[in-house]
Design a protein around this ligand. Structure first.
Ligand SMILES: C=CC1=C(C)c2cc3[nH]c(cc4nc(cc5[nH]c(cc1n2)c(C)c5CCC(=O)O)C(CCC(=O)O)=C4C)c(C)c3C=C
Ligand SMILES: [Fe+2]
Length: 471
């Protein structure tokens, strides 16, 4: 949808500038392009141009990520933070007051199963450690490209929280900031949620008003990233005896279907395009294997993006596929859903379903081609000085459809406003206020029942077999 998405969010103040993440090898980013074009006539080296862009500024890069529990005790509060996010559990405006009680309920109900998963991968998520390492490698890569920068990590649901990173950015007196979500593809539930939080922090902070900043909303189309993914797949294929018979199985984290179909989340379109680009790159290397894309890790009772990974594995086994290479595609670090769900659960399912040889491509982590490409993305997106930034922004806007992310978030919000409530009880009343109070009373009653169910282990959800849906 938005291969060259770039817009300026029209927020009160300050605005977040969203820039496209162009490929370094065919950089069309006007700010740098203008500079580089000028350079050939004035014989300035690329290095001195970059140092002119950087000037006396203190450059910061903020990596946004999900965060994960570091110990088993962290699991329930981490899940609470996740489910308390209105971009993860979407309640109609009338029922927003139930967001936290509901998050409490679901986090308590889900914690035992999640803890088992985290216990099986060593007692906690590796996400903080890996993201810190990526930040350090990115800092080094930027420094090698003559852009001295500090790189910060801001997690959405666990330490170091985005708020903590922002405080450090202020303490370090950063003057130019590039915001880089570590999700290759944009989803309302991941980058969207982090950017929404960031916008609310920026809006209320006087220091941040004066700091230039740009956002790279997604970067799945970058040549360096695509090549790095193709490299990993190519290497892993060599572990199979008859590599031309291996089915390349892209498994992406799912999102509820309504995000895409009703709220305009570009996630599915970006994911499909990303897979196509990787396969095109492999074809250039004469690797023409069959491939498929499916979605994993669904949570809760609603429909998610299909096909589901588990159902697809069973189907492939039934069709006689014998060798499968799983490729986690929506995330660039190892995490619970690669280490436990793919490596243990899906592998077991595949072997049971008749697949004889199973392989898995590792997550990118600190792979050098990838990190170097991220550094290029940052350099191409550096907020540029004063009026130049505005005129270049206008130039950029003429290259691409305007307002993609803004429209996306606006569409999402308006859809949320129009959503019918999850239960119809609030329509009992015959005045607005009666409706409101009827609704609140009914939801509270449901909550009390839910809490009783969780504490006693008995009740209507268990009877209807619904509780396991949260597990
Ligand atoms: C692109 C990646 C991700 C999308 C999209 C996404 C959406 C999404 N996730 C949940 C619920 C849970 N996610 C959990 C963990 C988790 N999610 C992602 C990535 C995406 N989520 C990662 C990388 C991780 C693992 C972090 C780690 O600790 O290693 C969890 C907790 C784990 C568990 O209990 O299974 C939940 C719950 C929803 C509801 C959602 C979209 C609405
Ligand atoms: Fe998730």
């Amino acid at each position: 949808m938005n291969q060259s998405m770039n817009i300026r969010i029209q927020s009160p103040s300050p605005s977040l500038l969203l820039l496209p993440a162009k490929s370094s090898s065919r950089c069309t980013c006007p700010c740098l392009r203008v500079q580089l074009e000028n350079s050939s006539s004035s014989n300035l080296s690329k290095t001195s141009l970059i140092s002119r862009v950087v000037g006396d500024d203190k450059i910061g890069v903020l990596l946004l990520n999900l965060g994960g529990p570091e110990t088993l005790e962290d699991v329930q509060p981490f899940l609470f933070n996740l489910f308390a996010d209105p971009d993860i559990i979407r309640l109609p405006r009338l029922f927003r007051f139930l967001q936290n009680p509901l998050a409490k309920f679901i986090s308590v109900a889900r914690a035992p199963k999640s803890k088992e998963g985290y216990a099986s991968i060593g007692g906690g998520s590796p996400l903080r450690q890996i993201t810190d390492a990526q930040a350090e490698e990115l800092r080094k890569a930027l420094s090698e490209k003559n852009v001295p920068a500090k790189v910060y990590v801001g997690m959405r649901y666990w330490h170091p929280f985005t708020e903590e990173a922002i405080e450090q950015i202020k303490r370090d007196s950063i003057t130019k900031l590039v915001v880089l979500p570590l999700y290759p593809q944009f989803s309302i539930s991941t980058s969207g949620s982090s950017l929404r939080l960031l916008e609310s922090i920026f809006r209320e902070d006087e220091y941040l008003v004066n700091m230039q900043h740009t956002v790279i909303p997604s970067w799945y189309q970058r040549e360096g990233y695509i090549k790095a993914m193709a490299d990993l797949i190519e290497k892993e294929l060599t572990n199979f005896d008859r590599l031309e018979e291996v089915m390349i199985f892209f498994s992406a984290h799912g999102v509820p279907l309504a995000y895409v179909e009703e709220a305009g989340d570009p996630y599915k379109a970006e994911m499909e395009e990303c897979v196509d680009l990787i396969m095109e790159e492999l074809e250039k290397r004469r690797i023409n294997n069959a491939y498929t894309l499916a979605y994993q890790s669904r949570v809760g009772p609603v429909e998610w993006l299909k096909p589901y990974t588990d159902e697809t594995i069973i189907e492939l086994g039934r069709k006689g596929v014998k060798s499968l290479l799983a490729v986690p595609i929506s995330f660039v670090s190892e995490h619970i859903e690669t280490l436990e769900e793919i490596d243990v659960e899906y592998k077991e399912l595949a072997l049971k379903s008749g697949i004889e040889k199973w392989g898995r491509v590792p997550a990118l982590g600190c792979e050098p081609t990838f990190i170097s490409d991220l550094a290029d993305a940052v350099i191409e997106s550096l907020p540029y000085v004063g009026a130049m930034a505005v005129s270049n922004l206008e130039a950029r806007q003429s290259l691409v459809p305007l307002g993609s992310v803004e429209e996306l978030l606006a569409a999402y919000d308006s859809q949320r406003r129009e959503l019918p409530p999850p239960v119809t009880v609030w329509e009992w009343g015959w005045t607005k206020s009666a409706e409101t109070w009827n609704g609140r009373a009914a939801m509270l009653a449901v909550l009390v029942l839910l809490v009783l169910e969780v504490t006693t282990g008995e009740g209507f959800l268990h009877q209807w077999g619904l509780l396991p849906l949260f597990r």
